[in-house]
Every structure is written in C-alpha cells, then in structure tokens.
Design a protein around this ligand. Structure first.
Ligand code: ASP
Ligand code: MG
Length: 424
C-alpha cells in the first residue's frame, strides 16, 4: 500500500462534469489500496477572472486583500471535489491551506512555504478518508494572514505536502500527457519524455516551459520527491521527474537534447551611449536591482573607438518593464548614458539537455537551424546544459519548430494531444 499525492490543475476541474471525472479517478486510486492526498487548483480560468474583477474595482488592490480573494478559487474546487468523492461512496475531507498547516512567509502574492504541519492531513488519512487540500495558498506563521504562492502555485503545494508526509510519489495531473520535447501547442509532433532529471526540468521551467512551476521543481529536488507529470484525461503513463533510475530503465548516456522551451513573457531594455569606463555596468544593474527587478540575459557591445561609448542590452520580465525604465530614467544624468530603448516584442528560445556538457557543436547546429529558417538572433546566452537565444516574438513559433526538427526531436508516431485548457 502506498501513499500518494495527486494534484489536479484548473483545466482538469474546469466544470461539474470534470470534477466528477476526477473524483472517479481519485476513488479508483483509493480503492486500489493507496492512501491519497489530493491538491486541487481553482476551476478553469477562475483565478484570472478574480484578478480581472479586482482590477475593475481597484487599479492597485492591496496585496493582502488580493490574496484572500484569490484563495477563494481553490476553496470552491476543493469542496465540490469532496462532495463528488462522497457521492461515489468514499469519505473525503477538504482543507484550506491554513487548515492543512501550510505555513508561509509574509510575501503576499509570492509567498514561500516554510513549513507544512501536516497533522490534520494525517488524521484524515488515518480515519480512512481522502484528504483534499486547496493548492496555491497558505498562512503566515505569526500574523495568521492568508497568502498565495504565486501563479501556478498549486504544484508547489503538492510537492511540499508530498515531502512533509513522505509520499512515494507526487502525481501532477494536467491537460497534456507529460513533459514534451516542446510545447505541443506549438509543435504537434513533439515527443513525450519518459523521464527527465531535476536539473533539466529546472532549466526547462526557468526557460518558460509551463508544465511545472519552477519553484515546485526546486522544492522537489531539495527534498528528493519524485514527480510524475501525467494527464487526467487519459490513462497513459506520463513523465517521471527524478534523479533515481526508474524501473525498466536501460543505463544509457544522458540525451544530448531533452527539449526546446520558449518564453514570450520577457522584454528587452537597451541603454544607449553608455560611457565605457569601469563602474558603469555596476551602476546600471544596481539601479535595476534597487527596483527589485530580476534580469535574465545581458549583452554589452564593443565600444566605438571614436566615442568611447557602448550599448548595454538586457532582458527582464515584461511585467517589470515600466518599473525598470522609470528607475533608469531617474538616474540618466548620474550614469551619463544617452537614451533608453524598450522592446517587448521579443521571444526567447532555449535548448536544454544534460548531454550538452560533453557534446561540442550544439550551439553551431542551433544557429544553423535558425539561419536556414531565416530567423535573426538578437541575443545569446549559455549555461552548461542550456543555450538560449532571443528572436522577434512573431518568429518564435517558427524558430521552435525549426530547432525541434533540426535536433531530430520530431516524432513520427502519435501526435501530442492537448486535452483541455484555454492556454490562458
Ligand atoms: N489557481 C492558481 C493559478 O491559476 C494556482 C494554480 O493553478 O496552481 O495560478
Ligand atoms: Mg490555474
């Protein structure tokens, strides 16, 4: 008999029929003899709708109130799911994040889980019930305020609970069959990966793959929680995210490329005419850091001999673009640069694979594939197991498809199925 955590995303519980279907799945696992804890997201696009609603009321809603509002979504789905399970003759009890003992820091809207006091969950399991926990939410230790973990945070709730109760596996149910070599919405003949290491999954998530939230993968790696990403719409086995060999694994070299990720959420700022003297880059990035903006790629050009001036470009989340521009403008005369350019029509493509470490020529092949597709590269950055490039946003989909094909990742069998979700 095992102990499993199952997490169902918003598209898996989008309406009453879906909730009943998921309930059936849960009772089957329970009847097969496993103890089951379920973590659930808000129904469909509920969270987005609540965000829209708040912004109709207030341009800048207080973050504490925003958090209370958004946690309502998961409270609706958790209770409905408990009712659906009870209808099938299995006892179920739903718990808010607070009731489930999910303790977080005080950063409203992006709180971090600092502890899970799972006694209430264990009690429910001991009583033979399925425990259902509202994802994406917790409570602060000292002030007892309700917090949310950031968009997509239910994945992290699930992994944190799996770690706290020592579950055998954390199953993340979603609207695709697992982790694919590229987003099946863009590359219909992407291939499903049977397994992927935490390190590769971290780079995929950080590079824009939305199938798992970055923080959930970090948490799983730190606590060695195996994650099984699979569809709630099919019975297929999905993708295991783990560093341990899995049953039936043939020992083999790490694949050179495990996937192509893309990200449309970044923008590029170019600081034009920067005096090329020691200390200016430090000044510029101190200003950006002071505005609490995380940057991603940085490129500095060679300075023109005649002027001694250079340009520095960097990418950042587009959501932080105006904040960073305002902070830089305010310091323009101090730093002495000529002007600023802002561009949010960029896309980022990343090629990820642990086998890259020991294989030369990966970058050359990537650039060749983009050349053949007539796609211009604007910025490049690399790590040991990743190469990323910035392109025009409207060429990003073509770039992903070209690179996927060039690296031999296209499948000639089943097309990847996207079972649900609005992709919102
Ligand atoms: N409902 C939240 C969101 O849409 C949390 C989640 O889905 O994981 O971001
Ligand atoms: Mg959601």
């Amino acid at each position: 008999m095992g102990l499993i955590v199952q997490k169902y995303g918003g598209s898996s519980v989008a309406d009453a029929a879906s909730i009943k279907r998921v309930a059936k799945r849960i009772t089957e696992a329970k009847r097969a003899g496993d103890d089951v804890v379920v973590v659930v997201s808000a129904m469909g696009d509920t969270t987005d709708e609540l965000v829209d609603l708040a912004h109709q009321i207030s341009p800048m809603p207080p973050s504490r109130e925003m958090d209370i509002l958004l946690t309502a979504g998961e409270r609706i789905s958790m209770s409905l799911l408990a009712m659906a399970i009870a209808n099938l003759g299995v006892e179920a009890q739903s718990f808010t994040g607070q009731q489930a003992g999910v303790i977080t820091d005080e950063a409203h809207g992006r709180a971090r889980i600092i502890d899970v006091k799972a006694s209430r969950i264990r009690k429910a399991l001991d009583a033979g019930a399925v425990a259902i926990v509202a994802g994406f939410q917790g409570v602060t230790e000292h002030t007892n305020d309700v917090t949310t973990l950031g968009r997509g945070g239910s994945d992290t709730t699930a992994v944190a609970i799996a770690a706290a109760i020592g579950a055998n596996v954390c199953e993340i149910y979603t609207d695709v069959d697992g982790v694919f070599t590229a987003d099946p919405r863009i590359v219909p003949n992407a291939r499903k990966l049977d397994r992927i290491t935490y390190e590769e999954m971290l780079d995929m998530a950080a590079s824009g793959a939305k199938v798992l939230m970055l923080r959930c993968v970090e948490y799983a790696r730190r606590n060695n929680v195996p994650i099984h990403v699979r569809s709630s719409f099919s019975g297929h086995l999905g993708t295991m995210v783990t560093d341990d060999p899995i049953e039936g694994d043939v020992p083999m070299e790490q694949p050179i490329i495990s996937g192509v990720a893309h990200d449309r959420s970044e923008a590029k700022i170019t600081v034009v005419g920067v005096p090329d003297v020691p200390g200016t880059a430090a000044q510029i990035f101190e200003i950006v850091a002071g505005a609490e903006v995380n940057i991603d790629m940085i490129v500095q050009n060679v300075s023109a001999a005649a002027t001694g001036l250079t340009d520095i470009s960097f990418t950042l989340p587009a959501a932080d673009g105006q904040k960073a521009m305002a902070a830089l403008h305010a310091m323009q005369s101090t730093v002495g640069f000529a002007s600023l350019q802002y561009d949010d029509t960029i896309g980022k493509l990343s090629l990820i694979g642990a086998g890259m470490r020991s294989h030369p020529g990966v970058s050359a092949k990537l650039f060749g594939a983009l050349r053949d597709a007539s796609i211009n590269i604007e910025m490049i950055s690399t790590s040991e197991i990743r190469v990323s490039v910035v392109t025009r946003a409207d060429q990003l989909d073509d770039a992903v498809r070209a690179v996927h094909t060039a690296f031999g990742l296209d499948s000639d069998e089943d097309e990847a199925v996207v079972y649900g979700g609005t992709g919102r």
